[in-house]
Design a protein around this ligand. Sequence first.
Ligand code: ADE
Ligand code: ZN
Length: 341
Amino acid sequence: MADGLRDFAHGLPKAELHVHLEGTLEPELMFELAERNEIELPYRTVEAARKAYDFKDLRSFLDLYYTGCTVLVTEQDFYDLTWAYVTKAAMENIRHVEPFFDPQTHTDRGVPFGVAIAGILRALEDADEMFGVSFRLIMCFLRDQSIESAKHTLRTAHLYRSRIAGVGLDSAEAGFPPSLFEDIFRAAGEQGYHRVAHAGEEGPPRYISDALDLLHVERIDHGVRCLEDPALVKRLVAERVPLTVCPLSNLRLRVVETAADHPLRRLMEAGLVVTVNSDDPAYFGGYLTDNYIAMAEALGLGREDLVRLAKASFQASFLPEKRKAELIAEIDAYAEAHASS
Ligand code: ADE
Ligand code: ZN
């Protein structure tokens, strides 16, 4: 890989639409917070934690992800977590983020919703002011928890309605179909939230069509398994439903065997609106630019492909059309300025 392409991807203005804030918790910060809050971790050292990040599937990852979350207790912890991510994002010229957080992961441990969201929002607002990284926050329901718990979360969120842009659906996918969440997504839609859902990561293509038909989502998170159903691909293309694809995540959770097997190029060639994202970068070995570069290296993507992916990231965002157009114009200016370098 020529350094030129890495530098190009690094400086390219882009948005990140699929990143779990809890999945940006690097082991160094995890240990610092564990000490601060006197919480015991199942690892003795940062190196031991990293070594344990050898996943065989989504479930085996989620077990460690939820263990990591136990160190997050105070508003300052959530601030530090979010701040560490947004400063990294700013450094790789991410201009807009739509991060997820999982309220139930914290409220289930006795950490109030208000504590988590206050720290997260304060860091996102500081980053907007200091670095010009805009944001829209999305709260996810855990699909392997009860519907009652999700309903309670939606009720609590109402206090923060103006600060939360959308709702999502994450955690263990297989066996927890979108249909379980039809009522709650309808209620969220009536309250004006944007709607997205993880679907077609480990779950079948049917979960993707159900997320569209029953949950009325505007984007599909992951969605890579749509390729198993040509009629579904046709529909996603026709309806211009964006997919937030996470290549290194797919590799580390063994959704694909090797980077060269990743379907990103096939998704693009099919005419889908595809974006690239990092999912849980502290666990999967790379942030956003690393994901662009991993795919460029494995699939032979060029600058024009990276430009298309970055443009799609703004296009698929929840920003107003005028702001999308400004950011897309910035990409054109950037590509032009770097045309001969
Ligand atoms: N929560 C955090 N990361 C996730 C992923 N990749 N899939 C489902 N739930 C998640
Ligand atoms: Zn995810």
